[in-house]
Design a protein around this ligand. Structure first.
Ligand SMILES: Nc1nc2c(ncn2[C@@H]2O[C@H](COP(=O)(O)OP(=O)(O)OP(=O)(O)O)[C@@H](O)[C@H]2O)c(=O)[nH]1
Ligand SMILES: [Mg+2]
Length: 227
């Protein structure tokens, strides 16, 4: 378990959050093929750390707690398995999350195919074309000649055809990582502003520890309220 308090660059406007008992909750799931950099993105966002060794994830829940002008915002970020994901776990993650980050690696075309399939599954299971989804093209730091999926191809498909958010990022170089989370909150109709003065406490622990908790209620689309 890791706990720390430090300033953060993500500041959510108090006006945009309707809270119950002073606490607002938001749950994001990060999905994608194996080794595309899902854990690296979360680690860079929450802990400002890049780990170059590859360690397969089973499932991990990270929590960022933000104090925004006296209101507590709890941001749950579920890190999922790319290789050995269990269909039941994926279904549960899809059913209980407010928003989705789907990651592929720009040097791996099968990981892009997987993003397409996951997006279709999310839309089918949620029965909602407008569920907040951001597609992340990760590892953009690699040499151009190793890149297989071009920005034009992916961005046109994602932004124009699918109507989802598209972000080019590098967890290794910490490029656009905060942008991913800003985009997902924007898609979810949150308002935010950048501020260096917000307190954040971060913890990381296996999702199973949270399994007895009631899943967060889905916010209504086009409203900013959270339960
Ligand atoms: N060059 C480069 N390597 C990266 C980047 N992000 C992650 N990696 C590396 O890619 C490997 C896989 O990263 P992970 O974050 O563990 O991938 P994952 O998607 O969580 O993998 P699973 O948990 O198995 O699903 C690791 O060796 C990382 O160091 C990046 O932006 N650029
Ligand atoms: Mg992982």
């Amino acid at each position: 378990m890791l706990t720390s308090t430090r300033s953060t660059s993500l500041h959510l406007s108090q006006k945009s959050i309707s809270e119950k008992g002073g606490t607002a909750r938001f749950r994001i799931v990060v999905m994608g093929a194996a080794a595309v950099g899902k854990s690296a993105i979360i680690s860079q966002f929450l802990y400002e750390r890049f780990v170059s060794e590859y360690k397969e994830t089973i499932e991990e829940l990270h929590r960022g707690e933000y104090n925004v002008k006296g209101t507590q915002l709890v941001l749950d970020i579920l890190d999922t398995a790319g290789a050995h994901s269990f269909p039941a776990m994926r279904k549960l993650a899809i059913a209980t999350s407010n928003a989705f980050i789907l990651v592929y690696s720009v040097n791996d075309d099968t990981s892009f195919d997987e993003v397409k399939a996951m997006r279709e599954q999310i839309i089918a299971e949620r029965d909602d074309e407008n569920v907040p989804i951001v597609i992340v093209a990760n590892k953009t730091d690699i040499l151009e000649e190793k890149r297989i999926i071009s920005r034009e191809t992916a961005e046109t498909l994602v932004s124009v055809e699918w109507g989802n958010g598209y972000i080019e990022a590098s967890a290794k170089e910490n490029i656009n990582i905060v942008g991913i989370f800003k985009e997902i909150l924007r898609q979810s109709k949150f308002q935010y502003s950048l501020s260096p003065a917000v307190e954040r406490r971060r913890i990381s622990m296996p999702a199973i520890l949270f399994s007895k908790k009631k899943a967060p209620t889905q916010p209504k689309r086009h409203s900013c309220s959270l339960n």
